[in-house]
Design a protein around this ligand. Structure first.
Ligand code: CU
Ligand code: ZN
Length: 531
């Protein structure tokens, strides 16, 4: 007797091959059978004729480790069909933490939901604390090397001492033993930006020994893009570690087209025998914290030190000079202009949300850069922005590349409660339906089965998960049923808190979390341990 039977769907199994009609039977948290199950009794049957059944989607690049504490239902992700999120990206995870530098870590977070109390220190303690609350979907945790650096040495802008380096390596070793899937860096963000390549190699070696991978928000996505990709590949080579290039892109009009060269570097590394992959989200705007506009030295010593510099006239002028003419010749603002910077979220100056810095500045009768600094000070460093700075042709190149998978770079949000704030990037609500609807169906950029593979089998391969990302007997029952003719994203930059359409049922570890498009309230997800 099956616990659940899904009848009559076109099954796209996640391997990349086109689908065929089959029934899928679930027993406990496992797929028990695939084929003609018309004679198999089941306690519950869903008719999915005319729909597609696929493995639940794996969001390869997520920042939900923060939001999920206040959004256990994982609303904006589960409703896209996401059943596993890879969190702890861009160098930033909530653990490990040290008592000495705990405040630095807390201040660094852009958003801390009410449930997050930092009672943990190690990654293991963190994962246990998180798991105890339950979630709608599964979580794979990366250890952020920025977080590790904060725990060992705060926001110090210098190389670690020998004993600090040892401490970092030990934190990574313990975190890997406790079940993390790898390490991540965010090399445009302090304090990750304070780390040399050698330091990253030494710490990543430890993750490699535990069969983890290295995910990198690389050191530059604009003028220095290709050097930055080369650095990530070098870390992989010298640390003997698989590499994941996070959110593949070329930022700013002068750099448009460079994604082709970026992908060629990845191909060349693979031809050399290295294991390098990437992920991408299907939008031409990026999003990050507003303070990323500042040179990284402005964050030396942490957020309070940055705020002090911003209110000191001489320091502020020095920061301003560097924002206007950065040493590399091309900063965020040079390559795009203030009119392409939109404020996504700020806690106090609500009027600024959804507006461009050029408009905000005009309304206040000030220079855009001054308006940005003022906002940073008013928000105590906590605002975020959307940058309209990417090229559609680059995006299409990344989407079709065989080693590039889908990662939202967003978080699990919800259109209600404390998750509904601001005008966040629509990727948190729309990434997966947008690839399936806009790029596979409407634009015919790639076959549906390939699009599904980039959300299932390919990320499962990167993670080393053999029992997820595929529909076959014996695999874990993470499944999504969607209507391929109607699946679509609805979230926009102006109106982002909108669920997609066309995702009908979502099963996590054998339990229905979305049924007929509605959340059941079930929390069958768990932390996946990679030890
Ligand atoms: Cu990220
Ligand atoms: Zn990033």
């Amino acid at each position: 007797m099956l616990d659940l039977k899904i009848d009559g769907a076109t099954v796209i199994d996640g391997t990349g091959i086109a689908g065929g009609r089959a029934d899928v039977g679930v027993q406990g948290d496992v797929i028990a059978a695939v084929g003609d199950l018309s004679r198999e009794p089941a306690s519950r049957t869903l008719n999915a004729a005319g729909k597609v059944l696929a493995p639940g989607f794996i969001d390869m690049h997520s920042h939900s480790d923060w939001r999920l504490w206040g959004n256990r239902r994982a609303e904006s992700k589960i409703r896209q069909g996401v059943t596993t999120e890879v969190v702890g990206n861009c160098g930033f995870s909530p653990a490990p933490a040290s008592t000495e530098f705990l405040d630095d870590l807390k201040r660094f977070a852009l958003f801390t939901p009410s449930g997050m109390d930092f009672r943990w220190r190690s990654v293991g303690e963190y994962l246990d604390a998180f798991d105890a609350g339950g979630t709608a979907l599964n979580v794979a945790q990366l250890i952020g090397l920025g977080t590790v650096r904060v725990a060992a040495m705060g926001f110090a802008r210098r190389p670690p001492t020998a004993s600090e380096l040892k401490q970092m390596q030990r934190m990574v070793a313990l975190g890997m033993e406790d079940g993390a899937c790898g390490v991540s860096t965010g090399l445009i963000y302090a304090p990750g930006s304070f780390a040399t390549t050698e330091e990253i190699i030494e710490v990543t070696k430890v993750a490699a020994r535990h069969r983890g991978f290295y995910a990198s928000h690389i050191r530059g996505e604009g003028a220095t893009l290709l050097d930055a990709v080369a650095e990530a590949i070098r870390v992989g080579r010298e640390a003997d570690c698989p590499v994941q290039v996070s959110h593949v892109k070329a930022a700013g009009r002068p750099n448009w087209g460079k994604v082709a060269e970026e992908l060629a570097l990845i191909d060349a590394a693979c031809a050399e025998g290295l294991d390098v992959m990437g992920d991408v989200y299907p939008y031409t705007a990026s999003s990050t914290s507003l303070r990323t506009l500042l040179p990284d030295w402005a964050l030396e010593g942490g957020i309070d030190a940055m705020l002090k510099r911003l209110v000191d006239p001489r320091e502020r002028a020095r920061i301003g000079r560097e924002v206007e003419s950065p040493p590399g010749g091309q900063g965020l603002v040079q390559r795009m202009g203030w009119e392409n910077v939109m404020i996504a979220y700020c806690a106090r100056r609500k009027d600024a949300e959804g507006r461009r810095l050029s408009e905000i500045a005009a309304a206040r009768g000030m220079d855009p850069m001054e308006a940005a600094f003022e906002l940073l000070v008013d928000e105590a460093g906590g605002a975020s922005m959307i940058l309209f700075q990417l090229d559609e042709a680059d995006l299409r190149r990344a989407l079709v590349h065989p080693r590039v998978m889908i990662g939202s770079d967003g978080s699990a949000l919800a259109p209600y409660g404390e998750m509904a704030v601001g005008k966040p990037h629509p990727r948190s609500y729309g990434t997966f339906p947008r690839v399936l609807g806009e790029y596979a169906r409407e634009q015919r950029l790639l076959p549906l089965a390939h699009a599904v593979h980039k959300m299932t089998g390919l990320p499962a391969r990167r993670l080393g998960l053999r029992d997820r990302g595929v529909v076959r007997p014996g695999a874990k029952a993470d499944l999504v049923v969607f209507d391929a003719r109607h699946v679509a994203d609805r979230a926009t930059y102006e109106d982002p808190h909108r669920y997609p359409t066309g995702v009908e049922h979502v099963v996590v570890n054998g339990s229905l979390v979305i049924k007929d498009g509605e959340h059941t309230g079930s929390l069958p997800g768990r932390v996946l341990r990679f030890n």
